[in-house]
Design a protein around this ligand. Sequence first.
Ligand code: ASC
Length: 150
Amino acid sequence: MKVHRIVLAFSAVALSLSASLAFAQFQNAEKAIEYRQSVMTIINTHFGRIGAVVKGAAPYNKDDVSKNAEIVAMMSTLPWQAFGPGTEGGKAKPEVWSDNTKFKAAADKMQLAVVDLNKAAQSGDLESIKKAFGAAGSTCKGCHDDFKKK
Ligand code: ASC
């Protein structure tokens, strides 16, 4: 009985490990680059729609901003798995891989900032949306300055 349980526990761990490895696997570097750039394009589109409201170029509508912020928050979790070893290229600077700890920290910072933005968006308070938008934008810019080619 005990042994069975241990075997079961081990297979569960092995399964989830192989599942997460498979999740991070791309057929080749081109596929990984295409994936991360596509995700960034979607993030840019929806972040930009919030930006238009923040800058006063579009009227504030709570539902629209909430949906855009939700999409940004969800999408923000996706690009990083596509910067794995052997996927150098695209617009990524070599520092993504040579200074990977710093890159990961920048990625984490961005994800936390867009969670804040999402919270502000759901609250419906335009002033906190503006603040959170600015803070999130700085994390985008900071990471791009260090890790994205012009
Ligand atoms: C975007 C985008 C960025 C950031 C940055 C905010 O939509 O592509 O790099 O926002 O411009 O300062």
